[in-house]
Design a protein around this ligand. Structure first.
Ligand SMILES: [Fe+2]
Ligand SMILES: [Fe+2]
Length: 297
């Protein structure tokens, strides 16, 4: 049963050239946003986002959230770009594109996926700054995309994935354990296969592939470790796919901690207790925002 599912899934992945049923603008917008930040044009970003009404509304919700740092109200996409700057707008637009990646007839509530993705993205940027990691904006993007394989599994094996998800939720166990049991393949492998096939940047592929097994990362190990720690923190709290995993974690004993320490020596002085406490309030705000943006009922 398990190996049959694995083989079927691998066959489907081999044939997956692109995702069906995305809003038409998402592909060109994501493509455009992959350019270096200083070559992005305000007018083009505004034009692309404004082509789709729901994408525009989603972007404006994010642009008006305190999580993206703007104190005030923005009413247009152009106003958002001008007030927040191109870097924040790049993050916002990419986040909204991601929200639209779940299949329309998704067999589970996708809100929990976006709470987790956005929670890990924002907390990773926050954590990266706190430990003087060299590229906090990259940490945001990597956090946002780290579970890319989860969304892709929903496309290639929706029923089986939903079954694995239910099993993980009811047992309070890590999702990858339930995926291995039911699908015979877990989201890091699904994400890596498609990430490589679709030529995603190598650092993001490393994060997607190894955030549950940091020591196997072959490059960009500090980024992978940083995301792995924040992912774990989120999974132990309010934004871990709607349930906290049932186990005790000592962050300083995690392999990811040792890997990150080599790159960010300030980590030894890091106050985990305070960070965890601050994150609780921060992640509640993430939940509020995602509900505002996504929940339709
Ligand atoms: Fe994951
Ligand atoms: Fe995750």
């Amino acid at each position: 049963m398990t190996s049959l599912n694995r083989e079927l899934i691998l066959k489907k992945l081999a044939k997956a050239d692109r995702l069906p049923s995305l809003p038409a603008v998402v592909g060109p917008l994501l493509q455009y946003l992959r350019q270096p930040i200083d070559s992005l044009q305000i007018n083009e970003v505004t034009r692309l986002i404004s082509q789709d009404e729901s994408l525009t509304a989603q972007c404006l919700h994010l642009a008006n959230s305190p999580l993206f740092g703007f104190r005030g109200t923005v009413e247009t996409v152009r106003g958002a770009v001008l007030n927040l700057g191109m870097r924040r707008m790049q993050e916002i637009a990419t986040s909204c594109c991601l929200i639209n990646l779940t299949p329309k007839d998704c067999p589970m509530d996708p809100t929990v996926l976006w709470e987790h993705a956005l929670g890990v993205a924002l907390a990773s940027r926050y954590f990266a700054r706190a430990v003087a990691f060299p590229d906090p904006d990259k940490a945001y993007l990597a956090g946002l995309l780290h579970d890319f394989g989860v969304v892709m599994s929903l496309w290639v094996a929706p029923k089986e994935f939903a079954q694995a998800f239910t099993q993980a939720t009811s047992g309070h166990i890590p999702l990858i354990e339930a995926e291995q049991e039911i699908l015979g393949i877990s989201h890091p492998e699904v994400g890596r296969l498609l990430g490589e096939k679709w030529h995603m940047p190598p650092d993001l592929v490393q994060v997607i592939a190894f955030h549950h097994d940091v020591e196997k990362a072959t490059a960009h190990r500090a980024l992978v470790a940083l995301i792995a720690l924040v992912d774990l923190l989120c999974r132990m709290s309010a934004v871990g796919y709607g349930y906290p995993e049932d186990r005790q974690v000592d962050f300083c004993q995690e392999p990811a901690f040792r890997v990150l320490l080599a790159e960010c020596p300030t980590l030894t002085m890091f106050d985990w207790e305070r960070f965890t406490f601050e994150m609780e309030a921060y992640l509640v705000e993430v939940q509020r925002l995602v509900n505002l943006v996504y929940r339709r009922s």
